[in-house]
Ligand binder design. Structure first.
Ligand SMILES: Nc1ncnc2c1ncn2[C@@H]1O[C@H](COP(=O)(O)OP(=O)(O)OP(=O)(O)O)[C@@H](O)[C@H]1O
Ligand SMILES: [Mg+2]
Length: 330
C-alpha cells in the first residue's frame, strides 16, 4: 500500500501512536477540566456568594495554572505542525519544489510523507503533460510538412511540368517569359521542400543528434560567407528523445536566426555536458541582438526549453554578436 493509502486508512491524520490530533487536544482539555473540578470538589477551598479577595486570588492562580498547562500541552502537540507549515512555505519558493524533511516520529511525520508523495505525483503529472504537449507539437508539424509536400509541392511540380511542355512549343517571343515562370516555380518548390524538411527532422530520427546538428549547419551555411565551427563533446550521455528534440529545435532556430539576422563572419555551435546539464550554445560574432527583441522564434525556443525543465538565455556578446545558451538537465 502506498504512503498516502496508509494515511487514508487511519481515517485522518494520526500520530505514530494511533491517536488523532483532535483526540489529543480533547483529552488534554478534558484532563485539565477534570483536575480543576476535582480540586474544587474535594479541597477545603470554597467560594462565598460574595467572593473574598483571598478566594479571588486562589481562583485566578488556579485559572492561570490551567491556562499555562493547557498551552504547554496543546502547544507541544501543535508546534511540529507549525514547523511543517514554515518548511512548506520555504520549499514552495524553490524550483523545483523541495521535499520536506521527514521527522522521526509524531503527527508531522505522516503529514510530511503525504505532502512529499503528493509533490512527487504533481511533478510526474506535469512532466507527462509537458511531454504530451511536445509530442502534439511535433505531430502537428509533421502533418503540416506532409500537407506541404503532398499538396503545394505536388501542385507546383505539375505547374513546372506544364510550363516545360508549353515552353517546348512556344514561339521565341514567349519562351523567355515562360522560362522565368519556370525558374520562379522551381524556386518556390525548393522553398516548400526546405520548409517541409525543417518541419520534420528526419535526420534526427535517422542519424541521431550529432549528425542532425552537423547536417543542419551544412544546410544553412554552405552557400553563405559565414564560417561555421562545431564543438560537440564526445561521449555525451544518452539523452531522452524529448530532450534531443528540444536541443535540435533550439539549435535550428538559433542557427536560422544567425543566417537571417546576424550578418556574422563566424558562428560556433557547441554541445557539452556540464555537471548534470546538457548545454547547447550557438554564438555568433554578428551585429548582436537588440535588447528586448521578441518574436515567435525566441518565444518558441523558451517554451520548448521549459517543456523539458531547461533554461534558455539569449544575450548580446561583449565583443559583439549574440549567444544563445540552452541548459537542460538530463
Ligand atoms: N543572432 C541574432 N543576431 C542578431 N539579431 C537577432 C539574432 N537572433 C534574433 N535576432 C533578432 O531578434 C528578433 C526576434 O527573433 P525571432 O527568432 O523571435 O523572430 P524572427 O527570426 O524575426 O522570426 P521567426 O518567427 O520566423 O523566427 C529578430 O527579428 C532579430 O531582429
Ligand atoms: Mg527566428
Amino acid at each position: 500500500m502506498d504512503r498516502l493509502g496508509r494515511v487514508r486508512e487511519h481515517g485522518g491524520m494520526t500520530s505514530a501512536h494511533g491517536v488523532s490530533l483532535s483526540s489529543r487536544v480533547i483529552l488534554i482539555n478534558g484532563v485539565l477540566f477534570a483536575l480543576g473540578t476535582a480540586l474544587l470538589a474535594f479541597s477545603p477551598a470554597t467560594v462565598s456568594p460574595r467572593p473574598l479577595w483571598s478566594e479571588v486570588i486562589v481562583l485566578a492562580v488556579g485559572l492561570a495554572v490551567m491556562i499555562v498547562a493547557n498551552s504547554v500541552l496543546v502547544g507541544s502537540n501543535l508546534r511540529p505542525l507549525d514547523r511543517l507549515v514554515a518548511q512548506l512555505d520555504r520549499a514552495r519558493s524553490t524550483d523545483p519544489i523541495e521535499r520536506l524533511p521527514v521527522p522521526e516520529s509524531g503527527i508531522s511525520r505522516e503529514l510530511a510523507i503525504s505532502v512529499n508523495d503528493l509533490l512527487g505525483r504533481i511533478e510526474a503529472a506535469q512532466r507527462d503533460s509537458s511531454l504530451a504537449a511536445l509530442a502534439a507539437q511535433e505531430a502537428e508539424r509533421a502533418r503540416i510538412a506532409q500537407e506541404l509536400h503532398d499538396g503545394v509541392g505536388q501542385s507546383l511540380t505539375a505547374v513546372l511540368l506544364e510550363l516545360g511542355a508549353l515552353a517546348e512549343q512556344a514561339p521565341p517571343e514567349t519562351a523567355a517569359s515562360l522560362e522565368r515562370a519556370r525558374e520562379a516555380t522551381r524556386a518556390s518548390l525548393d522553398e516548400v521542400r526546405g520548409v517541409a524538411r525543417q518541419l520534420r527532422p528526419h535526420v534526427l530520427e535517422d542519424l541521431g543528434l550529432r549528425s542532425a546538428l552537423a547536417a543542419l549547419t551544412t544546410e544553412l551555411f554552405t552557400h553563405t560567407s559565414t564560417h561555421v565551427s562545431r564543438g560537440i563533446m564526445p561521449g555525451l550521455p544518452v539523452l531522452d528523445d524529448a530532450v534531443e528534440l528540444v536541443v535540435f529545435r533550439v539549435a535550428q532556430e538559433a542557427l536560422t536566426n544567425v543566417a537571417r539576422h546576424a550578418e556574422a563572419a563566424t558562428v560556433e555551435l557547441s554541445l557539452a555536458q556540464v555537471g548534470g546539464d546538457v548545454v547547447l550554445t550557438v554564438a555568433d560574432d554578428g551585429r548582436g541582438i537588440r535588447s528586448g527583441a521578441t518574436g515567435t522564434g525566441l518565444r518558441g525556443m523558451r517554451e520548448r526549453a521549459s517543456l523539458v525543465h531547461g533554461n534558455l538565455a539569449v544575450e548580446r556578446r561583449d565583443g559583439g554578436g549574440t549567444v544563445v545558451r540552452l541548459e537542460v538537465p538530463w
